[in-house]
Ligand binder design. Structure first.
Ligand SMILES: C[S@@+](CC[C@H](N)C(=O)[O-])C[C@H]1O[C@@H](n2cnc3c(N)ncnc32)[C@H](O)[C@@H]1O
Length: 251
């Protein structure tokens, strides 16, 4: 049976890839490259392959063109489901065509595959349709969340306490979640911390973590919000894209 690997490759710093991930990359017969995101991220993945894949001959890299998502759809969940289904079609075809019988194909996943990433959901969807298509394994990676806490030298949780992880969209729509003291916000296109400025919060913010463009700020949210918005806006303008996340910690 074919094998498929979802390999977490870290969130930006090429040194933050595990020994297990490097071994998995070298064990694959084909590496799938998903054509999405920015050119810079594609180049970053290529740099990882160039640096760590030492197998000779190196496995071919096959680009899988990702279908476009309808971002204007009123039914967000329905649109994402429909998109995942079309992605499953494209991935299933690529796996069937390029992974030899009893061979192994690998998807390089940004950060860790279990954190706000749809790779596993797409693979599950293929298997729901065709259970014998392949079996898959997940190789964990250093997530952007852990890159953030490491850079700020903080624990993710406070002693005996809980942490919630959410999206910028949810924070903007629902405000500060009841009963939560520590909130990680990812996938935030619009500085959603603006919606909770009245709360007594500290922010630990990071952008482009692990790269040469890394930006960090930490301190009282009320004092830093304007500066982070400005710095973030300038960086986004300069580079044409941004990836950032933050921990909000109630004092
Ligand atoms: C689709 S999610 C992927 C998360 C990834 N699976 C992980 O483990 O970090 C993309 C979001 O992760 C965060 N992110 C990923 N890489 C980042 C980086 N190098 N610096 C800052 N944020 C990052 C941002 O919040 C971004 O919007």
């Amino acid at each position: 049976m074919r094998r498929v690997l979802a390999i977490g490759v870290g969130a930006g710093d090429p040194a933050q890839i595990t020994v297990e991930a490097v071994a998995a990359l070298n064990g694959a017969d084909v590496l799938f490259e998903l054509e999405r995101g920015t050119v810079e991220l594609t180049l970053a993945r290529r740099a990882l392959i160039d640096r760590y894949v030492t197998r000779d001959p190196s496995p071919p890299i096959v680009a899988v063109t990702e279908p476009a998502r309808d971002r204007r759809a009123a039914d967000y969940v329905g649109a994402v489901d429909e998109w995942r289904s079309r992605r499953a079609d494209a991935w299933a075809a690529a796996i069937a065509e390029h992974v030899p019988d009893d061979g192994c194909g690998a998807f390089l996943v940004w950060g860790d595959p279990s954190l706000y990433d749809s790779t596993l959901a797409v693979l599950d969807e293929i298997l729901a349709r065709e259970p014998e298509a392949f079996r898959y394994e997940v190789i964990p990676g250093v997530s952007s969340l852990h890159a953030l806490t490491a850079r700020h030298r903080i624990s993710l949780n406070r002693a005996g306490d809980a942490v919630q992880i959410t999206t910028g969209r949810r924070l903007a729509e629902h405000g500060w979640p009841a009963g939560v003291r520590d909130l990680v916000v990812m996938l935030d296109a619009d500085c959603s911390f603006r919606h909770v400025l009245a709360e007594p919060l500290d922010i630990y913010w990071g952008a482009y973590l692990g790269t040469h463009d890394e930006l960090l700020r930490s301190g009282p949210l009320a004092e830093l919000a304007v500066e982070i918005e400005r710095v973030r806006g300038e960086a986004r303008m300069r580079k044409g894209w941004i990836m950032d996340l933050y921990l909000l910690r109630r004092r």
